[in-house]
Design a protein around this ligand. Structure first.
Ligand SMILES: [Zn+2]
Ligand SMILES: [Zn+2]
Length: 74
């Protein structure tokens, strides 16, 4: 399973029949509040924290930290 910022990318349950679609990208959401959250926190926001071990980037420092611990620290 691919975990990205806490969501399962390949099986996101609201993608198929979401009523609210983002005008900037192709994401769709069933609940309006989810679209609003997407617009406020995800869409068009450049990830600021880049991993120094690989090419992944993260929007939050704790996500980067968690990624490094899980993927690169042995
Ligand atoms: Zn979007
Ligand atoms: Zn990495």
């Amino acid at each position: 399973m691919i975990i990205h910022e806490g969501f399962y990318i390949h099986d996101f349950p609201t993608l198929k029949d979401g009523k609210y679609s983002c005008s900037n990208c192709d994401k769709k959401y069933i609940r309006k509040q989810d679209l609003v959250r997407h617009l406020n926190y995800e869409c068009g926001i450049e990830p600021q924290f880049s991993c120094s071990y690989c090419d992944l980037r993260f929007k939050h420092r704790f996500n980067l930290k968690r990624h490094i611990i899980r993927s690169h620290v042995k």
